[in-house]
Structure formats: structure tokens, C-alpha cells
Design a protein around this ligand. Structure first.
Ligand code: FE2
Ligand code: FE2
Length: 425
């Protein structure tokens, strides 16, 4: 049974239905009591309510009713006074209360105008409540608010400009919801170009057929609900990526900003070339981890202040292959071959294999151009950064020799677009 509130069907929604995606834009919602409300296939209800100052709210005891839905109140705005036996507290935005296993009613009272989300999750007793977990990096942070009976609710923060991929869930029966709390999220996928999600908009994902690429336009916070376990694999993959990137950083002295810049340049070029989201996803990981293999190069060689002997240079030239070996069999297996080829060149003058022409993947060429451009436009110990024009001229000089002309043109176009956007913002 699907009970969804009436929607104005937009072009995006029609396209999105084919992809396994429904988009709920806040301004088309209406309901009798709640500001915002929807029910997803009898699995989950989310409603947004407002309270005036001194309004009261009760979360009923659920302990003796094993099949009673679990209720969760997530505060969006304002202060709510909480009382349970002798425990008294003021709750604010981002705080939440769960009725799971409550043996007495909880009373709440608004101390100001309050806006909150009310989640109702039908559960059986078989579920095991999970530990509250926090995972943070400076760019992404995941907070598991609640997990029960395989259903999970996670709070996610993303920094502005971070790219986010929606990928088909490993359990194809899973329903996922993304509810935007703060900030805006743009879909960069060709199929849904122009779609921007704002606070209170919601994406429902059910049987997604392909990867989709999104990008946070500002710092972003959203709630992520999944009807099948997701947090462990999400956080595991993210931690693994972070661990690998930190390893390169500590060994090579390269900053994570370098990896991020290569990732963003590579993504822009890939988008100009019209690569699919599936390929963009793998490209962005390969770009981020392109120099991973340097962790297997002795630090005395990597940081040697004088020039390298030919034996030492031979070892350095193996870093694309070391990177490939480290990635094979892990969560980022698909990026391995691209990483292996990021120093190969069109005319066969690259390393480690001396591949040429079509033997080299488009993605590897994209990363090679991004890496060269970044090296030219940042300060080095032995010279100042070159201007964008000089760097473009240099890339053009090697077009058709080191890199295919098409890739150089797409990279330059992408960088120009990005520069233009940062000027007009
Ligand atoms: Fe490299
Ligand atoms: Fe690099």
C-alpha cells in the first residue's frame, strides 16, 4: 500500500520514477494537521509539526505494547522541555527523543515556537537497538540516531561542494529517504539536471536503477532513513577512503587539498565529456586516490632533497602499480585500473608500462591532465605557481602528444566554467 499525499507532478518526478526515485518538494505538500507529512509504503511516517509556546506533547509508553510503533521526535527549531521521572532537560535543534522501550510516558512542553519532525516506525520485538555511533571527518559526518529491526535513521552533514553519489542499495528491496534539513543539494546527473533540493524536500529511493551524482551547493545537513542496514557499509567505506587518503598525505607530504582539487577537476572534465554517473563515481575515487601507491615507496626516496638516482626513479615509477595492488579486492576495486594508468601518456612516453593511445583509459587521461594542471598552478619549492593562461598554453602544447586533444579541451572548458561560476556567485 502506498499512501502519498497529492503532488504536482513535475518533469523531474516523471523522469525520476523511471530511475527508482520519487521527489517530494516541500511546497507541494499539505495536510490537515501537520505542516508536512508523508507515509511511505506503511513502513514509515514522517510528519512535521509546529508548537506554540507552552503547548504540550506526550510520547506514550511503549514497553508493554511490543507491536506499538517506535516514535521519534527530532527537533528542527526552538526549545522543548523534557521530563521523564526526575530527569528534566531542555532539548534544542538536532536533539531527538525515541519512544523505544519506554516504560512510562514522556511529557514535553514547548518553551518557544517549536518545529519538529515526528517519525513513526512500525517494528517487531526482534530488532536489537544499536549503539549510538558518530563518525566525523571535516568534510562528511554521519551520526546514527537510531537503528532497530534493520531500519536506520542517520544524520548526515556534508561540506559545501562535496559530491554525493546515490547508488543502488545492496538490498534491492530497501527503501531509502533523504530529508533535507539545511542547505541545498543539486543533482548533476544529466537525467535530472536542474533539480535542486531545499530544506524540507525529500527524496524517496526505491529500486534505484543507476548511480546518480549530486553536489552540496552549501554546507548541507540531511536525515537519511533506510529500511535495510546501510550505516555500517557506508561508514566503513568512508573510513577506508579517509584512511587511505591520510596515509598518502602523511607519507608524501601532499595535502588532502591536492587530492580534493584533482578529484574536483577530474569530475568537471568528466561532466563536460558527458560521462555517466557510474563512471563519474569511479573517476572521482580514482582521482582522490591517484597517488595511493606512494605509501609503498620508501620515504627517503619520496622526500629526497637532491636528485634521484636511476634506481630510485625506477622505484618511484612503480607507484601507479602499487596503488592498483592496494585497491584490488577492496571497496574501491573499480578505481584500480585507472590509478594504475595515471602516468601513462598518449605517445607511449609515460610509465610504468609505456602504454599508448587507446590502451589508456579516458579516466586515466582525465586525471593526468588534472594532476599536471594542479602541479603547474600551485607553488612548488623551486618556483611560484604559474598563471591559469600559462598553464592552459602548456596543456595545449602537449595536446595530441601526452594527452588526447579532446581531454585537454574538456578540462580547459571545465576549469573555465568553474572559474566563471565562482566569480558570479
Ligand atoms: Fe602519481
Ligand atoms: Fe598528484
Amino acid at each position: 500500500m502506498t499512501a502519498l499525499l497529492p503532488l504536482n507532478v513535475s518533469k523531474h518526478e516523471v523522469e525520476a520514477v523511471n530511475l527508482g526515485l520519487s521527489i517530494f518538494l516541500h511546497d507541494v505538500h499539505n495536510s490537515l494537521r501537520a505542516n508536512f507529512s508523508f507515509v511511505v509504503e506503511a513502513q514509515l511516517e514522517i510528519r512535521e509539526y509546529s508548537l506554540s509556546v507552552f503547548d504540550k506533547l506526550r510520547l506514550p509508553a511503549s514497553f508493554l505494547q511490543p507491536l506499538a510503533p517506535i516514535e521519534l521526535i527530532y527537533i528542527l527549531e526552538g526549545q522543548l522541555f523534557f521530563q521523564l521521572a526526575s530527569v528534566k532537560r531542555n532539548l534544542g535543534p538536532g536533539d531527538f527523543v525515541v519512544s523505544d522501550q519506554l516504560n512510562r510516558d514522556i511529557h514535553l512542553e514547548a518553551q518557544s515556537r517549536v518545529r519538529y519532525l515526528h517519525f513513526s516506525l512500525p517494528v517487531t520485538l526482534q530488532g536489537v537497538a544499536k549503539e549510538y555511533e558518530v563518525l566525523c571527518s571535516d568534510l562528511v559526518s554521519l551520526r546514527l540516531l537510531f537503528a532497530r529491526n534493520n531500519q536506520e535513521l542517520t544524520h548526515v552533514s556534508l561540506k559545501a561542494e562535496e559530491v554525493m553519489f546515490l547508488s543502488p542499495h545492496s538490498n534491492n528491496q530497501a527503501t531509502e529517504l533523504y530529508y533535507i534539513l539545511e542547505g541545498t543539494l543539486a543533482c548533476n546527473d544529466a537525467a535530472l539536471k536542474g533539480l535542486v533540493l531545499k530544506p524540507r524536500d525529500c527524496l524517496k529511493v526505491n529500486g534505484l536503477t543507476k548511480d546518480l551524482i549530486f553536489q552540496a551547493q552549501t554546507d548541507l545537513k540531511y536525515l537519511y532513513f533506510a529500511s535495510a542496514p546501510s550505516f555500517d557499509s557506508l561508514s566503513h567505506d568512508l573510513l577506508e577512503l579517509q584512511r587511505l587518503a591520510e596515509e598518502v598525505e602523511s607519507k608524501d607530504g601532499y595535502t588532502s587539498e591536492h587530492c580534493r582539487r584533482i578529484q574536483s577537476l577530474a569530475l568537471i572534465t568528466g561532466q563536460v565529456l558527458g560521462l555517466s554517473s557510474e563512471r563519474l563515481l569511479v573517476l572521482s575515487i580514482a582521482a582522490y586516490l591517484h597517488d595511493l601507491g606512494k605509501v609503498n615507496v620508501p620515504v627517503e626516496i619520496l622526500k629526497k632533497p637532491t636528485s634521484l638516482s636511476s634506481d630510485e626513479w625506477e622505484i618511484i615509477k612503480q607507484h601507479p602499480r602499487f596503488g592498483e595492488e592496494l585497491l584490488i579486492g577492496g571497496p574501491y576495486d573499480k578505481a584500480a585500473k585507472i590509478v594504475a594508468q595515471h602516468h601513462e601518456r598518449l605517445d607511449g612516453s609515460g610509465y610504468p608500462l609505456g602504454l599508448s593511445g587507446k590502451e589508456i583509459l579516458t579516466e586515466a587521461y582525465i586525471i593526468a591532465v588534472a594532476d599536471t594542471y594542479d602541479a603547474m598552478t600551485t607553488d612548488r619549492p623551486y618556483r611560484k605557481a604559474l598563471s591559469q593562461d600559462v598553464a592552459f598554453a602548456e596543456l595545449r602544447r602537449f595536446a595530441g602528444i601526452h594527452y588526447p586533444e579532446l581531454i585537454v579541451d574538456a578540462s580547459i572548458l571545465g576549469i573555465e566554467q568553474q572559474t566563471f561560476e565562482s566569480v558570479i556567485h
